[in-house]
Design a protein around this ligand. Structure first.
Ligand code: B3K
Ligand code: ZN
Length: 855
């Protein structure tokens, strides 16, 4: 297989400052004429090389004259040219309706749309498909007017008109030079929710959210979020929108969340459409986050783009950091941080600890689509967050201003970003740069020694990053650790919070005047993406769980207390549940605590996260001990849970506000514990909530509780839910997922049965992920000892690979965890990976993911 290496980067031989595209749109046969103004870059005699894939080439001309001295090599068109500037015209034909990969120009729900990042533009026309070739685009589209009344592209609408034969045309120009991965067009029968935004310099921007007419009422939340995000980027980063038009189109068939095409974002409909009856609070939050993320890319990604795909985290890590801060500003910052860290631990830590580990700036890839990972995105965001912590808010902002100003209109590197921050702040970031090249999650041990007589406390810190594939030895990284010491007797502050920069393998920090026994609060706010191991006792963790004034640290102490209990129990050691029960009681009983926070803080760690703490994951034992602890917490605190449940009823009718969300969340958590306690009437309670709910959050939490257990209402509830929402694809996805994630003995059978359901299809990525993806992360069901879960996943991924390699390859990681399980499970997983690798005609996406997973 062909490997692309970062070290081999060379600047483009030819630039294309201008391109005109003419699309004669038709689902069966679309004709594209591309006119490229090319310029030789530097002194060389190399031919023009235009990437291409899958299209039928109809003609090529140079400076108006048809030529035939070209060759096609690995899909690319190689054309010898004599001068320093030429006009190249190609005409090709493609068939959007047969495009199941959903890359390039494809059909979704009767409309036509594009997806070009990372290398989809080459499936539309011949072009240097690399992010460091920036062009001004003129786009003309013609299409059947009845079928495709709306024609959109990047930039501003210039002109439109009618043609003979019921066709019409429209022309759009984008004045900002951009790489081809940001190209987009949409042709369809769409309705629009229009809005307007006045920028900080007083310009009016016309906003539009385009969906099928029946979905129009579900676009208000997304439009509000867009306006809020536009104002936020002006206020926090000084970044103003630059075109007169900003359009978003929602489509049902999409490989990931959304795409930041200049002035024309295309979204997976799940990140646009919401109303209280069909979307949960979690969906509402995710919509706002993704709308903001794609909008923020207009500066971090579009105005300043990436030199090459190894720099992907330059735009993605930074933009995730930006959207995380935006979301934190919209509601509970503490809960947002908890969710982000939970996500990091669920997806990125395992990636860093497994066969697919890679640094946030990778060194090599076979298929770039495989590198849109939790490491590039979420660990990338943590690296930017650490820079913000180390520099402080003011210097960080000075640094981002310098970066945006200096690299505006160019294709930049991660080094350009770090150097800008370094120069603007005067902080030496030499060692910090290691984060860009070194994979793996650092492990930090922290122990606090106290000499009562001298009033001296000593914090001993050590860091070590375990080896990852291809990186046997690691060097120390810079970890900003927010630390505070509390007094065990008075609960007062013994040492105020400050940031310790841990940069050596080992470091000692001395505190003087410590007269009472200190308790360590460390990595507050999760200031560094590391695994922290401390020798704090259960009592000290309980103390922090009750008193720490950093909400994240308070959550973390409770999680650690639960984790210690569960890991000991799963390892066969007698576990006393009393300390956890008392801490949970204290948390729900603490009236000063925001309900949203309290609800998250009393949830047990996930089965997978418990597994990640064990030398050998034992899914059955983990499930058993976790259920036992849940049952005991439920039973011991029955009246507290009932009170918490009833208190949440106080919301009255549905509102979407941070307070109401917190109450709904607490109601869901309380219902879960009431059911876990085995209370005889919990089925009735859940079913009553299910039927009375005036919103999807309450309805789905009730359904989730019913589906997990054996109450008589289980099947009726599933049927009612299905019938009520059978015409809403996004809600049906939830119906599939809730069954695939159920903690039940029969989940594997249920999932195999659901494969044959009339509404199941592999060709819609959301649906495939809802069933197959969700099952893959159901630790117990997926890892049943007979290997049937592994076989099922492999069978489905082999089938999906023939349609949509990118989406299939993304679902491989559960099989790559073979090294974490016992030998028997490990061998069964490897056998499936080996079977996948041998499939004739396997995509390079799947080949890379499956073969690397075996290493
Ligand atoms: N930049 C796109 C992701 C493209 C993924 C291509 N495999 C969306 C985003 O991160 O905002
Ligand atoms: Zn992004």
């Amino acid at each position: 297989p062909h490997v692309t290496r970062r070290a081999d980067y060379t600047p483009p031989d030819w630039q294309v400052p201008d391109i005109a595209l003419n699309f004669d749109l038709d689902p069966a046969a679309t004709r594209i004429t591309a006119t490229l103004h090319v310029q030789r870059s530097g002194v060389h005699d190399r031919p023009l090389r235009l990437d291409g894939a899958g299209q039928t080439l109809l003609s090529v001309s140079v400076d108006g004259t048809p030529v035939n001295d070209w060759v096609i090599e690995g899909g690319a068109l190689i054309l010898p040219l004599s001068g320093s500037a030429h006009v190249i015209e190609t005409t090709v034909e493609i068939a959007p309706e047969r495009n199941t990969q959903l890359m390039g120009l494809y059909a979704s729900g009767g409309n036509l749309c594009t997806q070009c990042e990372a290398e989809g533009f080459r499936r539309i026309t011949f072009f240097p498909d690399r992010p460091d070739v920036l062009s001004r685009y003129q786009v003309r589209m013609s299409a059947d007017k009845q079928r495709y009344p709306v024609l959109l592209a990047n930039g501003d609408p210039i002109a439109s008109g009618d043609l003979d034969d019921g066709r019409h045309w429209a022309e759009w120009h984008d004045p900002f030079p951009k790489p081809c991965y940001l190209f987009a067009l949409v042709a369809g029968d769409l309705a629009v929710n229009r809005g307007s935004f006045i920028t900080m310099s007083g310009r009016e921007v016309a906003l539009g959210i385009w969906v099928r007419a029946t979905d129009l009422e579900r676009t208000h939340h997304a439009l509000d979020a867009l306006k809020t995000a536009m104002a936020w980027d002006e206020r926090v980063y000084g970044r103003e929108y630059d075109l007169d038009v900003f359009n978003i189109v929602a489509v049902d068939d999409f490989n990931f969340g959304a795409m930041e095409n200049k002035g024309l974002n295309v979204f997976n409909s799940r990140y646009i459409l919401a109303d209280p009856d069909t979307a949960t609070d979690y969906d509402y939050d995710a919509i706002a986050a993704v709308v903001a993320h794609e909008y923020f890319h207009n500066w971090s990604g579009n105005r300043v783009t990436c030199r090459d795909w190894f720099q992907l985290s330059l735009k993605e890590g930074f933009t995730v950091y930006r959207d995380q801060c935006f979301s934190a500003d919209q509601g509970s910052a503490a809960v947002k941080r908890i969710e982000d860290v939970r996500g990091l631990r669920a997806a990125q830590f395992p990636e860093d600890a497994g066969p697919l580990a890679h640094p946030i700036r990778p060194d090599a890839y076979q298929e770039i689509s495989n590198f849109y990972t939790a490491t590039i995105y979420n660990k990338g965001a943590e690296i930017i967050r650490m820079l913000a912590t180390i520099l402080g808010a003011t210097a960080f902002r000075t640094g981002t201003d310098l970066y945006f100003d200096r690299f505006d209109g160019t294709a930049a590197t991660c080094e350009d970003f770090v150097a800008s921050l370094e120069e603007a702040s005067g902080t030496d970031l030499t060692q910090f740069r290691r984060w860009y090249g070194q994979a793996g999650t650092p492990r930090v041990t922290a122990s606090l020694l106290h000499h009562e007589g001298s009033g001296r406390a000593e914090l001993v810190l050590a860091q070590r990053t375990p080896p990852t594939p291809g990186q046997d030895s690691k060097t120390p990284v810079v970890l900003p650790l927010r630390v505070k010491l509390f007094g065990a007797q008075t609960a007062g502050t013994v040492a105020p919070e400050h940031v310790i920069l841990l940069s050596d393998a080992e470091q000692r920090i001395v505190f003087e005047g410590v007269t009472e026994r200190p308790i360590l609060s460390i990595n507050r706010g999760f200031s560094a993406p590391a695994i922290i191991e401390t020798d704090r006792s259960a009592a000290d963790l309980a103390f922090l769980g009750a008193h720490d004034d950093d909400p994240f640290a308070r959550y973390e102490a409770l999680q650690q207390l639960m984790l210690d209990t569960l890991v000991a129990a799963a390892g066969g050691n007698q576990a006393d549940h009393a300390a956890v029960i008392a801490a949970v009681a204290g948390t729900i009983g603490d009236a000063k605590l925001d309900r949203a926070f309290a609800a998250e803080a009393v949830l047990l760690p996930s089965e997978s996260f418990i597994g990640d703490q064990m030398a050998v994951v034992d899914p059955e034992a983990i499930f058993r001990v976790r259920e036992a602890l849940r049952r005991d917490i439920g039973r011991a605190l029955t009246s507290e849970w009932c009170a918490a449940y009833d208190a949440a009823q106080a919301i009255g009718g549905y509102v979407y506000s941070p307070e109401a969300k917190g109450l709904r969340r607490m109601r869901a958590v309380a219902l879960g514990y009431i059911a876990a306690s085995g209370a005889a009437d919990s089925g009735d309670l859940a079913f009553a909530q299910f039927e009375a709910a005036d919103n999807m959050t309450d309805r789905l939490s009730a359904l989730t509780t019913l589906v997990a257990g054996d109450a008589a209402q289980r099947t009726p509830a599933l049927d009612i839910f299905y019938n009520r929402y059978s015409d809403n694809a996004l809600v049906l996805d939830k119906w599939f997922s809730v069954q695939a994630m159920a903690p039940r003995d029969d989940t594997g059978d249920v999932v195999r049965e659901l494969l044959r359901h009339q509404d199941f299809t592999l060709s819609n990525p959301n649906r495939a992920r809802a069933l197959i993806g969700a099952f893959g992360v159901n630790q117990r069901a997926f890892n049943v000892t007979d290997g049937s879960g592994y076989r099922f996943l492999a069978d489905q991924l082999i089938a999906l690979d023939t349609l949509n390699p990118q989406t299939a390859a993304k679902l491989i990681p559960p099989l790559g965890r073979w090294g974490r399980f016992d030998a028997a499970r490990g061998a069964l997983m490897r056998a499936e990976l080996e079977r996948i690798v041998k499939v004739p005609g396997l995509s390079k996406d799947m080949f890379e993911q499956a073969s690397r997973s075996l290493e």
